[in-house]
Design a protein around this ligand. Sequence first.
Ligand SMILES: C[C@](O)(C(=O)O)[C@H](CC(=O)O)C(=O)O
Ligand SMILES: [Mg+2]
Length: 301
Amino acid sequence: MLHTRTTPAARRRALRERLASGRLLRMPGAISPYSARLIQEAGFEAVYLSGAVLAADLALPDIGLTTSAEVAARAQQVTRVTDLPVLVDADTGFGEPMNAARTLQLMEDAGLAGLHLEDQVNPKRCGHLDGKGVVPREEMVRRLRAAACARRDPDFLLMARTDARAVEGLAAAIDRAKAYVDAGAEAIFPEALAGEAEFEAFRRAVDVPLLANMTEFGKGRLLDARTLEDLGYNIALYPVTLFRLAMGAIEDGLRTLAAEGTQQSLLPRMQTRSRLYEVLGYEDYGAFDSTVSDFTLPPGN
Ligand SMILES: C[C@](O)(C(=O)O)[C@H](CC(=O)O)C(=O)O
Ligand SMILES: [Mg+2]
């Protein structure tokens, strides 16, 4: 009821153990606290909080308009209702290295299991769009060092994302990844690689856990979990999948409602009231309520 009883410490350890297992961890991006519950119920072992989804949900493009406090607040709503480790997209750290440090502490306080910081310039953009810019390698190193220094729980995972592949080429992206690991990054998110050969090259060059971003309508092919595991990747990320699915369903539904004047034909596609209540654990609340109200006041009160 109400919230998880799994502590942030336990979740951070769970994520680290899972990454050390050598098995691919599939990480769907939640669109809300409720959808994080569904991710858990569906048997996934970790949740992602996407910057793109958070921005899109506010009807904003993913260009760094959201603030670290907004992201942390949303993250806390999510971590409260799932037992799973949650990894958050902390974009560029929301400013200078000192801001990245503060961002890391906000995300620790939000009960997250880890975050990733990227080496894009501000304003950032989706890693699968053209025209990206990256900061000099040394600046990103400072960003990471500041974040690593600010960390209070050594189990909180610090992941570095490099967007350099599209800007400086594969070799430079790999060099950056190595420098980022030296600066304290414990996992790497190589963004927008061109194909399997590049995934392989990254795996050979870097010996920390690697994340593969399987975002739709992006630069790369969607590789299946088996292929990614065989490539030696540790995390398969589906950052915006649930958002795209849900928004597709909403748009279809709105068109039907407008055309037919009733939602009758949509009912088979809807989550039912009873399923909603099941996910919410509604019955438990009823039981709890009847026990607290099961008393009689002494006379005169
Ligand atoms: C992973 C990502 O950073 C996100 O915010 O979810 C995005 C996803 C997307 O825009 O499709 C990205 O830059 O890849
Ligand atoms: Mg993002």
